[in-house]
Design a protein around this ligand. Structure first.
Ligand code: FE2
Length: 424
């Protein structure tokens, strides 16, 4: 007798009519018409079951702070940075914890069960670091939170940032962050990449840097990041986040850069919601989109995840923790409308970020953790098209969130009583 059985599921790889048997928090069996019985059964009715959504790039220390101490009137990156500077001295640990926990509730309801969050280490009190370390423990039973020590004001530009970053790592923060394009000079940016990669190598940690988050075609810290990843043997452990300048780089240079990233085992994270709103702000027309070159990176064999980056904070006043919304925007901005490309957009918010974070036991295989999401959708394309309702969210074989199916009652003569947005 199994603990839980999901009957008649469709999987992202196209398999249909699959039963998923769960025992002791793990997937015990996965095949059509499983003869076993279970203590509880969920009829998936042919709808899509995916592993949980994973957000590889987020800022949980600023989330849900929209309006504190005032709103970003212009909606620009620069006013956002200024606003965060105004808010930082006013933060309390209680507020940080409360807002982070509230966001984790939103995430769980949307089937988002793993988040890599950057945490600003440029406040000498390390208030946000301590708060998010506390939150990481609190949410552990239902959400994997990985923290990146992020020197928002520049690892070298801000006098105490590097020491604070090391203190944060000593306290248990998981990943080394950076922001080379924000250092005072290009040379300082280059130096910061070297110093931070060496620090990660010494400590056996992963690296995830905000890298070249501008429209400057000559911002090329990603090349330096790839160089040090290779030099220090950090292949598979280094990520470049944003990489928006790649959008504006010369094609000839990019043709050299992509194989370098591949060789160095560097992954990329695009943040389509925020980058489509913040980049290209100094352009008149034509106006650049600013998102990094997702299809080209994928074609070169480089893993690309889509991140949420911000939800209701000084930089972005929208968002809800819905990674299907992120995939939807990424698909549009990158023009990934081919059949395979649309499926890659689902992978960019599930399996690819799971690999970037190094999540253990993630996936739809026998032996994997029984972390699953049942969607009101027939396949991955439908899931993205509809930003489908998360009918059931399962963690370790237990139901932790449920949402009623989306429908609408129709009152039209000769038409059905309810609308169904699914195809077929
Ligand atoms: Fe970010």
């Amino acid at each position: 007798m199994l603990d839980l059985m999901l009957r008649n599921a469709t999987l992202p790889d196209g398999r249909v009519g699959i039963d998923i048997g769960i025992e002791h928090g793990r997937i015990a069996a996965l095949q059509p018409h499983l003869p076993a019985q279970a203590g509880r059964e969920i009829d998936c009715a042919g709808q899509l079951v995916t592993p949980p959504f994973v957000d590889a790039h987020f800022h949980m220390d600023s989330t849900l702070s929209y309006g504190l101490p005032r709103v970003n009137r212009s909606g620009t990156l620069l006013e956002g940075i200024a606003l965060w500077g105004e808010l930082k001295p006013l933060l309390t640990q209680e507020d940080l914890v409360e807002r982070a926990l509230a966001y984790c509730d939103w995430a769980v309801a949307k089937g988002l069960l793993a988040i890599r969050s950057h945490v600003d280490v440029c406040d000498d009190r390390l208030l946000a670091v301590e708060a998010l370390l506390h939150v990481r423990e609190r949410v552990k039973p239902y959400l994997d939170l990985q923290l990146v020590a992020f020197p928002q004001d520049g690892a070298l530009r801000s006098t105490s940032a590097l020491a604070n970053l090391e203190r944060a790592l000593d306290l248990g923060v998981d990943v080394v962050g950076g922001i080379p394009h924000f250092e005072r000079t290009f040379a300082d940016g280059t130096e910061s990449v070297r110093v931070l990669c060496e620090l990660a190598a010494e400590r056996g940690l992963m690296v995830d840097m905000h890298c070249d988050e501008s429209d400057d075609p000559l911002s090329r810290h990603i090349e330096t990041l790839a160089f040090h990843a290779q030099r220090l043997g950090l292949q598979g452990r280094v990520t470049g986040s944003h990489l928006t300048s790649m959008h504006s780089m010369d094609n000839d240079y990019v043709s050299k850069l992509l194989p370098l990233l591949r060789e160095a085992g560097v992954a990329a994270i695009a943040n389509p919601l925020i980058n489509i709103t913040l980049q290209g702000r100094r352009d008149t027309y034509p106006k650049r989109r600013g998102m990094t070159r997702v299809p080209e990176l994928l074609a070169a064999g480089i893993p690309v995840a889509f991140g949420q980056d911000c939800v209701m904070d000084p930089w972005y006043s929208l968002g809800s923790g819905d990674m299907l919304e992120v995939a939807h925007m990424g698909l549009h901005v990158a023009q990934m409308t081919g059949q395979d490309a649309m499926r890659q957009c689902l992978a960019a918010v599930t399996t690819t970020p799971a690999a970037i974070l190094g999540l253990q036991g993630y996936g739809l295989e026998v032996g994997c953790r029984a972390d699953l999401v049942l969607l009101q959708a027939g396949d991955p394309v439908d899931a993205i098209r509809l930003r489908a309702t998360r009918l059931a969210v399962i963690r370790g074989g237990k139901l932790i969130a449920a949402t009623p199916p989306a429908t609408a009652a129709l009152q039209l003569p000769g038409r059905p009583a309810a609308v169904d947005w699914r195809r077929g």
